[in-house]
Design a protein around this ligand. Sequence first.
Ligand code: TXA
Ligand code: MG
Length: 340
Amino acid sequence: MNQRHAMGGATNHSKCAVLSAADSESIRLAGLIIKRGGLVAFPTETVYGLGCDAMNADAAAKIFEAKQRPQFDPLIVHIADPKQLNGVIESLPVLGQRLMDVFWPGPLTLVLPKQPAIPDLVTAGLSTVAVRMPNHPVAQAFIREAGTPIAGPSANPFGYVSPTTAQHVADGLESKIDLILDGGPCPVGLESTIVSLAGPQPELLRPGSITIEQLNAVIGLIHRSSPVVNEKPIAPGQLSRHYATETQLTILASVGARPILNDDERAGLLIHSQARATDDRFAAVEVLSPTGDPRDAARHLFAALRRLDSLGLDRIYAEPCKEEGLGLAIMDRLRRCAAR
Ligand code: TXA
Ligand code: MG
């Protein structure tokens, strides 16, 4: 292990350490790096995050730099214990408590009034902060060891597909961060659902792995923020083009539809369940779930997109899915990937 990296001093053009999170020594080192203002990529149940001390503005600045992330896009603050909320949020409405009771630890992010101690850079100058308590054991152990809430976006260059393995993180950020904690593939594979409780009524800002149906069962009908079509989002992070492959992606008209290909077109196909014999005309086919299970589809989506994107294809065609349950978040990601 290279000590310069281990001490939070990564420089460009060099590789960072990738350590197995199963080793308690790795967690200890990760905590040390955070205390010294460095950056650690860590697994969560949704996707890998790129973490820093949420109370340290200089460390947060390194995250924006590493990801090339615009400063109007705030970070999610991760905690390992609800007691840590005191240092992060100003107040907790009854609905917030109810949602926490049901969904935490887990893939639900709540937007709430922030404590002044959270640096403005972390929240992009907003009076609110996004906070979640992941249920991944490595994320929890890492946050505890760091002894501070961890601010962290998904660990990918801004705008690209989120990482669901340590290798995905390395592919995009290896030279820019101090350590990657390898905890294996993320079990859920889609980012957390984001609900704002800062306005007059609860609002769904990002569909994710907690479904709208699950939310409705706890708090009644939730309001959905209108999809954003421009590049200056009112709610940050709602850019139309995001989660995007380099290769142009086109969503097919319906389930089971196939495109007419040009003679020399090298195309990839992303489908949800069964491939057909005639699909061998595609240069590559990714089947998200042979049994059509949406949880498998969610878990495999980003890795499949990355594999197709690595082949230098002319185009990726993606089959749509029903916008219910996890399908809502899957279609949200595919649409943003397709937006130009
Ligand atoms: O599953 C997840 O949420 C992963 C893991 C690592 O926790 N994180 C993640 O972070 O997806 P990121 O930065 O890629 O997406 C966070 C989103 C952004 O769209 C950001 O704009 C939004 O959360 N956000 C953060 N703070 C906010 C706030 N105060 N108000 C509204 N949106 C906020
Ligand atoms: Mg992201």
